[in-house]
Ligand binder design. Structure first.
Ligand SMILES: [Zn+2]
Length: 69
């Protein structure tokens, strides 16, 4: 049996992932510091979403007490 692997086609392609934020195809490269996001914007949006989720502070709306003359 000859060890001829039936075409390893496509193994040279750069690995790509889908941006969790907008779904754009992102090349997973070391130079892409925003991975798995496509851009800094998407990364910030995602981080912001998490922060918001974590930062769910109850709305403490104090009645404005302006009884000081
Ligand atoms: Zn994106």
């Amino acid at each position: 049996m000859a060890a001829d692997t039936p075409g390893a086609a496509g193994s040279r392609r750069p690995r790509t992932v889908a941006c969790p934020q907008c779904g754009a195809t992102v090349e997973w490269r070391p130079e892409n510091r925003f991975r798995p996001f496509c851009s800094e914007r998407c990364r910030l949006i995602d981080l912001g979403a998490w922060a918001t989720e974590d930062y769910r502070v109850p709305e403490h709306v104090k009645p404005m007490d302006e009884s000081g003359e």
